[in-house]
Design a protein around this ligand. Sequence first.
Ligand code: NI
Length: 262
Amino acid sequence: MLIDTHCHLDDYNEEELKIVLEHMENHVMIVSGVNDATNQRVFELCHKYDNIYGTVGIHPEEVDSMQTDSFLQMEKMLQDDKIVAVGEIGLDYHYTKENMEKQKEVFIKQIELAHKYQKAVVIHSRDAIQDTYDILCKYKDSNIPFVLHAYSGSVEMAKQFIDLGVVLGIGGVLTFKNAEKLKEVVATYSLSHFVLETDSPYLTPEPYRGTKNEPYHTLLVAEKIAEIKKVLVEQVIEETSRNAIQTFSLPIDLQSIEERKM
Ligand code: NI
């Protein structure tokens, strides 16, 4: 059983969504919100489909447009069993650094929310890896799981996060020709530190680059990891699914992850 630990399903039209969900019939998706509207949509999807879980959060690129009651809405949803994490939240200095203090403040407030409701945290970090790390260090003993989504840093940085207990989300970028750094990360550390993700509809893996990504493409990521680590793809799927179940406290029987058909 595949678990796509990070995808966005709000960008598909009805017809596309139907196909995407058919492909994932025997698998599990964790859908991430980035603002009030998508958080609401995540909540609806979770309650419509058994195999969908959700995370709600205010993405760093959305901090300037967030509403005064955004956190209140999130708090309501975080009391629901199908909302398994706060995310995606974090820091993004790619387009602007001007609001970095605000980004940090909103990021920290949301980590506190995760702590209050004992949920995991799904982190987005772009051009801000050191600040992200510094903030996470303060929550080292908080006992809540952290996932660094779409990890793209160095091998050394990966070690620092792993030492903090952070799980790394590995996605389609791994299949790109120029992803040498990420391949090295995957080769260096054990499967116990990774979960699979797609970030659908973005970051489509090879050989489908240029088309819309979909959660089932986690299989391509698993195959690439298997190739790099010289292990069976079944082992990659089983171990990463187990990591996802534990990280997000998913109510899925560990035994069933081996039994479900691809
Ligand atoms: Ni995302």
